[in-house]
Design a protein around this ligand. Sequence first.
Ligand SMILES: *[C@@H]1O[C@H](CO)[C@@H](O)[C@H](O)[C@H]1NC(C)=O
Ligand SMILES: *[C@@H]1O[C@H](CO)[C@@H](O)[C@H](O)[C@H]1NC(C)=O
Ligand SMILES: *[C@@H]1O[C@H](CO)[C@@H](O)[C@H](O)[C@H]1NC(C)=O
Ligand SMILES: *[C@@H]1O[C@H](CO)[C@@H](O)[C@H](O)[C@H]1NC(C)=O
Ligand SMILES: *[C@@H]1O[C@H](CO)[C@@H](O)[C@H](O)[C@H]1NC(C)=O
Length: 446
Amino acid sequence: MVATRLALCLFPAWALGQTSVKWITVEDGPAPSFSLSSSGISYQFHVDPLTLDLIHDHWGGYAAETVPQSALNMNGWGGAYTYRLREFPDSGRGDFRTPAIHIQHASGTTVSAFSYTGYEVQSGKPGLPGLPATYGDDEDVSTLIVHLYDEYSAIGADLYYSIFPQHNAIARSFRLTNKGNSTATVLRASSWSIDMPNEELDLIDLRGDWAHEANINRRAVGYGEQGFRSTAGYSSHFHNPFFALAPPTTTESQGSATGYALLYTGSFAANVERWSTGWVRVLLGLNPLHLSWPLEAGDTFTSPEVVSVHSETGFTGMSQSLHSLFKNQLSRSNHTWETRPALLNSWEGLGFDYNHTVLVELAQSAADLGCTLFVNDDGWFGTDYPRDNDTLGLGDWVAQPKKFPEGLGAYVDDVNAITVANSTAKMEFGLWFEPEMVNPASDLSC
Ligand SMILES: *[C@@H]1O[C@H](CO)[C@@H](O)[C@H](O)[C@H]1NC(C)=O
Ligand SMILES: *[C@@H]1O[C@H](CO)[C@@H](O)[C@H](O)[C@H]1NC(C)=O
Ligand SMILES: *[C@@H]1O[C@H](CO)[C@@H](O)[C@H](O)[C@H]1NC(C)=O
Ligand SMILES: *[C@@H]1O[C@H](CO)[C@@H](O)[C@H](O)[C@H]1NC(C)=O
Ligand SMILES: *[C@@H]1O[C@H](CO)[C@@H](O)[C@H](O)[C@H]1NC(C)=O
């Protein structure tokens, strides 16, 4: 209440008004409120007029108006920042939950106070330099950019929010710019951060390993922190960089569900924290254990992108929105919409034990069954370290003369000359290649 009255005193009526592009509305003023909304979803937050901190209001199904979160204000042992649903939580101001952003200044201190300075809205979506990102034209997506500034570190933060209404999706990332004169270090960067009110929620994620990937792991969000991460340097099959949050009653086909996916193949961290008040903070981004990024004067740092989709038709709706978003607005492959060919891979039949003659015979058998693609798996390479078992040769991508006395080209020509059963199509050829693995016993290593 105090905040509202002050806002009215401080900010004259002429400053108010409304700015909008497709699907984004801003109630203007020195402390605006923002709404990204379509028939299926709404994402809403506002600027606190007293502190210029961003307050999260709503992410989920369509909401006509910003849900006033002032009702959540409460008294307790903490200060104002303890009892806020924050949008971009920084560190060291009495918010004792895990922050989305943590920066060490040249002096060694790590307190930040990011304050609102302005915003832009635009149709379409700017690219994310050097990182994979969703894309789209003016008919697909609109973008809100909110500018913040931390006077302690002299670092600016631009928060990017894009709405894809056809896919019930929001994409988020942020860009830091060091506007000061000394190097700061970014220690923590969660591309997605919201605080949700006290609701019963399950956290659903995918864990696994070789030959048993993507097992569904569902548990209630309890008090304290729960989450998972990759410290492998790649996102890995141990935990996928994805999770869903849904009420305990949500099923595959019924109830609401919100899915979160990080579009990044490096180490990551997902953190869901139910604070003492029952409120739930949701963070997804880089793994702080692998982050210590020197941000020199004038430099920028761009976080990878997180996309989130909301469904009112259970996990099926959530999966379908993610699939349609990724196929239409993320993949740039020419093969995205092609039916996958029926293929035979040499591995199951022959392992490492083959040559030109035997492989062409296998390809002919596959063609007789109607396969249109023959893939030569592991074992075709290595001269000094012949790849006849999996202990040697990996990294030496030169065909073995013993297996291909006439060379790889003559062998591939023979495969391509085979006609697929009952058609005029010729057999296509694919070659196994795993550049990320190298055997110590190889020309490449030795
Ligand atoms: C950076 O250095 C310049 C020149 O000394 C000074 O004018 C400016 O205020 C400094 N900026 C910050 C953020 O300290
Ligand atoms: C996709 O197809 C277009 C048009 O045929 C071609 O110019 C482009 O190089 C292809 N892209 C890839 C990645 O193959
Ligand atoms: C290819 O392998 C088969 C089966 O091991 C063998 O019978 C044949 O002699 C080999 N051909 C050549 C050219 O090495
Ligand atoms: C090819 O056609 C013959 C005759 O109709 C049929 O028996 C055979 O199953 C077909 N093969 C494939 C791979 O479709
Ligand atoms: C793998 O092949 C190499 C070279 O033929 C041989 O020396 C080695 O004993 C083999 N290792 C295994 C585990 O079969």
